[in-house]
Design a protein around this ligand. Structure first.
Ligand SMILES: Cc1cc2nc3c(=O)[nH]c(=O)nc-3n(C[C@H](O)[C@H](O)[C@H](O)COP(=O)(O)O)c2cc1C
Length: 396
């Protein structure tokens, strides 16, 4: 598939070098979009950039036409890679401090895409402790810097600060895209969120699941190269980018139906907190009256067990268990009943406050018992750890 790169050009004497790179990337059939800062337009013209990139140049956050056609959030989400070239000292300072006062910085802050930065500046600006602190901080957040060799700078000084040559940046980009990801080729299905079981057309029973952990696992699987389908109960979360399928459901029965349609060959992770019971629903809204209505509860289908016992069972089936007491004992029962390979058990008693919280701690168990305890950490880190220590070893 054609890879999409967003290039951000900032105001530097080296801005013209971005034009050479754009031409090289177009020859290699990359799809290019470009954002120019206000200062960048003092060095190279948007006309030259759009002629070479064969697309419109974006420069104004408040351009309403662009917001309807190609809003800043779409620009932030639609690319496989973002390259800031050249990156001015000012722009590096701005993003390392989280400022978003123009289109370029706003798009970078709103994006989860890998970012490469090719700085270009005077040697003293580059060596300044403030700039070095900004670069180190951004590196710690997984931004990658492409530095040029020592050499004569445009200002007459000599040293680092020179921008990397377009050929070197192109090499760096090629390396990014040629890196094989550990879950490449793996097809995965993740369920997340609660289910709503209607009592009547306006009321339902459910549980407190937010869906955060399932969505984060789906995102991390994608970053590791897996093809991911996400089936979600009702949540308020942003849908992850680059999913193969996203199916929104309300009830456990709808979730099971969607899971059976999308049953993958490799990996099923049931993170959803499926409501155990459904209600024999009323067609019309139940009227309030002095007598309390009697609700007839019926068992919901067991999605995890259905997938574990399916004739096309995925290679690895992982369930989540939320327990308020006897965590390990109950999770062991669950792994046997459900016939899954691994249970990730968390304590959801009031003191632990897991539902809706950004933090989680879990016991990871197989049929022999707990083989990994993951201490309290944010749910994103936990998703990364589950993939690294539980999922990757199963596929190697
Ligand atoms: C002739 C000239 C050349 C410049 N070259 C650079 C440069 O190579 N690197 C840099 O960081 N700033 C350079 N600047 C200063 C930036 O253009 C200035 O800090 C600007 O505010 C950057 O804005 P931006 O980061 O929004 O593009 C230069 C300014 C001028 C007038």
């Amino acid at each position: 598939m054609q890879k999409k790169i967003l290039i951000i050009i900032t105001g530097s004497i080296a801005s013209y070098k971005a034009l050479y790179l754009i031409r090289m990337l177009k020859e290699k059939k990359f799809l290019i979009n470009v954002i120019m800062t206000k200062s960048a337009k003092k060095f190279v013209t948007p006309l030259s950039v759009s002629s070479l990139s064969e697309s419109k140049v974006y420069d104004d956050l408040f351009d309403l036409t662009d917001e309807t056609e190609m809003g800043h959030i779409k620009l932030a989400k639609m690319h496989d890679l973002i390259l800031v070239m050249p990156a001015s000292c000012h722009f590096i300072a701005k993003i390392s401090n989280g400022f978003a006062d123009d289109l370029a910085s706003t798009v970078l802050l709103a994006s989860k895409t890998k970012v490469l930065i090719a700085p270009a500046m005077n040697i003293n600006m580059f060596n300044n402790k403030i700039t070095q602190k900004n670069i180190k901080y951004l590196e710690s957040l997984d931004y990658s810097f492409i530095l040029g060799n020592e050499g004569k700078l445009a200002c007459g000084d000599y040293g680092l600060g020179r921008m990397a040559e377009p050929e070197d940046v192109l090499n760096f980009i090629n390396i990014q895209f040629s890196k094989t990801k550990p879950l490449e080729g793996i097809k995965a299905l993740v369920t997340a969120g609660p289910t709503h079981e209607p009592i009547d057309p306006v009321r339902f029973i459910s549980n407190k699941s937010s869906g955060i952990q399932g969505y984060l696992l789906a995102e991390e699987l994608i970053l590791n190269g897996a093809e991911v389908s996400l089936i979600s109960g009702p949540t308020n979360l942003e849908i992850p980018s680059n999913l193969s399928n996203f199916i929104r459901v309300e009830t456990a029965e709808e979730m099971l139906k969607a899971c059976l349609q999308k049953i993958p060959k490799d990996l099923f992770i049931s993170v959803a907190a499926v409501t155990d019971w459904k209600v024999k629903a009323n067609k019309h809204k139940i009227k309030k009256s002095p007598s309390v209505p009697k609700l007839k509860l019926l068992n919901n289908p067991d999605i995890l067990k259905s997938i574990s016992s399916h004739k096309d069972r995925p290679r690895l089936v992982i369930g989540f268990a939320a327990e308020t007491k006897n965590l390990e004992e109950n999770a062991m029962k669950k792994i046997k009943q459900k016939k899954c390979d691994i249970i990730i058990a968390n304590n959801v008693s009031k003191t632990k406050n897991v539902f809706g919280s950004p933090m989680n701690e879990v016991n990871v168990m197989n049929h022999k018992g707990t083989f990994l305890k993951i201490k309290k950490m944010n749910k994103k880190k936990l998703a990364k750890k589950i993939i690294k220590e539980v999922i990757l070893p199963s596929f190697n």
